[in-house]
Ligand binder design. Structure first.
Ligand code: F6R
Length: 613
């Protein structure tokens, strides 16, 4: 949700900024801009549209000279995507340039006050308010740092800001609250960025800014301050990702690459946590005594991570016998949940910075619950705020539509459920052993769903069904949760209207929408419910639906009698089956999107991490 990058060094800044922005485009891609300090003046280049438009306009940055600058790629919140609403924004005085990720909640009030002081605005953005506020205090105090501090003390909301001042050709100031910001240490050069991939080519040594912190830097020096303006020492952290982890590496799209990375991501997430046949969750403190007193577990998340939560409810209740509820983070806070220290709140998030999820986490803590986060991005706000964190080791996920993060979140849910059940003694030894073995084998089983033969089958059905206008995903029990995710993927990347329903629920209303040629994707992997799902397939077929059925290899023959199309997955431990049934659905959405000519990695209106409510 907007990406920012900043550079101070000895090399030409613009090409470095543009290259960094290309790695942040997943955060927003409706416009982009840079501001380069050309020693005497601030030079701005910005353009509506994809980053490529700006690259063409500036000859890949070569047309804008200077060795210090800031850049931005935008996901519009205040004001439509346009050249004028693109960042960076200049103060009315022209002295201050700002890039911003986040939302200034009191922008309307501040705008009115600044206009009353004679300051003129050119855009509809909240960011221009920050530029003008800093500009206003700079006029009054003549001190750049003081001006930024005063401005920041007046703004409410979330922000990661990168700021330049025309009078100081070698200084960048950056500040952070509720939006991510990292500082990167180079040799004779320094960086800021919203996320690691933007600067990974230049440095792997970073510091994560904490809430309210400010960094003031140039090519050779850096100073950090806390929210009170006191100097702070920052821990330097080594990024362990390889550069190619954030590259497409021969795949046409990040989404496809990330689908194929799932076996590795599962292995990286599961194998360190199984030692000598035991599930080990380092640093996690969930004793039997504590768990026995938990009266209810809440799982709180957004989007796909919420669908992992829906699955987790089935898994945790079945294994731990603790009442469990999945709640959408955007609803959690305002529903006045009945929560206190007897509740465990599990937060799930790939980015670790989703605004609704972070707010829900804070609310859960305020109410006294113990909180545990399942997060992919190390050092993210959610990881730092939760009492305890279990990381999914999926590596960087760049495609807007999540795939490998979902799989690894689910893997952590399995590990956690078995771990808690072991503590609670609600799982017998034999079942526990079967889970451990099943989890160890899961990455290898996922590979079997990604063989050329399996993928070709998905491609075939995608080319057969891509022209449909509506799709329904139906399934029972855990299949119904995977249907939610499959349906979301199809909406997101293929722009195909789709709904997901528990198969038994369809006849209570939505079946009225089934007509000749409606696509129904039916999941039938839960063996005890197989016959019931087949009956539901018959119901929709009787109304003219085209049915694509996903089932186990050894049940395919039976399913074939009902479905028009069949996709199969290997049989594994039943409880783990959703980890495999998910994969053909991801591939199906991907290939349907390709057939429909959609921009898979950058779907319209979406951005990877949603840092606004
Ligand atoms: C869907 C998708 C989103 C995210 C949701 C939560 O493909 O990616 O629905 O799952 O925005 O994001 P995180 O997990 O970063 O909190």
């Amino acid at each position: 949700m907007c990406g920012i990058v900043g550079y101070a060094g000895k090399r030409q800044a613009a090409p470095i900024l543009l290259e960094g922005l290309s790695k942040l485009e997943y955060r927003g891609y409706d416009s982009a801009g840079i501001c380069i300090h050309g020693e005497k003046s601030l030079q701005i280049a910005k353009a509506k549209g994809r980053l490529q438009v700006l690259c063409d306009q500036t000859e890949n940055g070569n047309a804008v000279k200077g060795i210090i600058g800031i850049g931005h790629t935008r996901w519009a919140t205040h004001g439509a995507p346009s050249d004028v609403n693109s960042h960076p924004h200049l103060s009315d005085s022209g002295k201050i340039a700002v890039v911003h990720n986040g939302i200034i909640e009191n922008e309307a009030k501040l705008r009115t006050q600044l206009i009353a002081k004679g300051i003129q605005f050119r855009s509809e953005t909240d960011t221009e308010v920050v530029a003008n506020l800093v500009g206003y205090y700079y006029e009054k105090t003549g001190n750049f740092v003081t001006a930024v501090r005063k401005a920041v003390s007046r703004i409410e909301g979330s922000y990661a800001l990168g700021i330049l001042c025309e009078d100081l050709p070698d200084t960048i100031i950056a500040v952070k609250k509720d939006s991510p910001l990292i500082f990167g240490y180079g040799e004779g050069e320094n960086f800021i960025a919203s996320d690691v991939p933007a600067i990974l080519k230049h440095t792997q040594l970073v510091s994560y800014l904490e809430e309210g912190e400010m960094v003031i830097f140039n090519a050779s020096s850096v100073r950090f301050f806390d929210g009170n303006g006191d100097p702070v020492e920052k821990k330097r952290e080594q990024i362990t990702w390889e550069l190619d982890a954030a590259e497409r590496g021969g795949y046409d799209h990040f989404m496809l690459k990330e689908i194929f990375e799932q076996p590795k991501a599962l292995r990286d997430t599961i194998s360190p946590r199984i030692q000598k046949g035991e599930i080990v969750l380092d640093g996690i403190d969930l004793s039997a005594q504590y768990l026995q007193d938990v009266r209810k577990i809440y799982l709180v998340a957004c989007g796909s991570a919420y669908y992992v939560s829906v699955l987790a409810k089935y898994i945790i209740e079945k294994t731990c016998r603790i009442p469990t509820e999945a709640v959408m983070a955007s609803e959690f806070r305002y529903a006045e949940p009945v929560i206190d220290e007897r509740n465990l709140v599990i937060i799930i998030s790939q980015s670790g910075e989703t605004a609704d999820t972070l707010a829900a986490l804070r609310e859960a803590k305020r109410l006294g619950a113990k909180t545990l986060a399942i997060v992919n991005v190390v050092g993210s706000a959610i990881a730092k705020t939760a009492d305890q964190t279990i990381y999914t080791w999926a590596g960087p996920e760049i495609a807007v539509a999540t795939t490998k993060a979902f799989s690894t979140q689910l893997a952590v849910v399995y590990l956690l459920a078995a771990y808690m059940a072991r503590q609670l003694k609600t799982m017998d030894e034999e079942t526990y052993r079967a889970w451990v073995t099943g989890l160890e084998q899961l990455p290898g089983e996922a590979e079997k769903v990604l063989t050329a033969e399996k993928v070709e089958a998905v491609q075939y059905y995608a080319s057969r069904y891509y022209g449909h206008h509506d799709a329904f995903y139906i399934g029972r029990n855990v299949d119904s949760a995977i249907c939610l995710e499959g349906s979301l993927k199809l909406k997101e990347v293929a722009y195909l209207h789709s709904e997901a329903y528990p198969a038994g629920e369809l006849k209570h209303g939505p079946i009225s929408l089934i007509e000749n040629g409606t696509l129904v994707v039916a999941l039938a992997t839960v063996e005890p419910l197989f016959d019931k799902t087949m009956a539901n397939i018959r119901e929709v077929k009787a109304r003219g639906a085209d049915v694509l059925c996903v089932t186990l290899e050894d049940m395919a023959q039976e399913a074939q009698k009902q479905g028009d199309g069949i996709l199969t997955i290997p049989r594994i431990l039943p409880v783990l089956q959703p980890s495999l049934s998910l994969i053909p659905l991801q591939l199906f959405s991907y290939y349907v999107a390709l057939n429909r000519g959609c921009d898979v990695d950058k779907p319209r209106n979406l951005a990877k991490s949603v840092t606004v409510e």
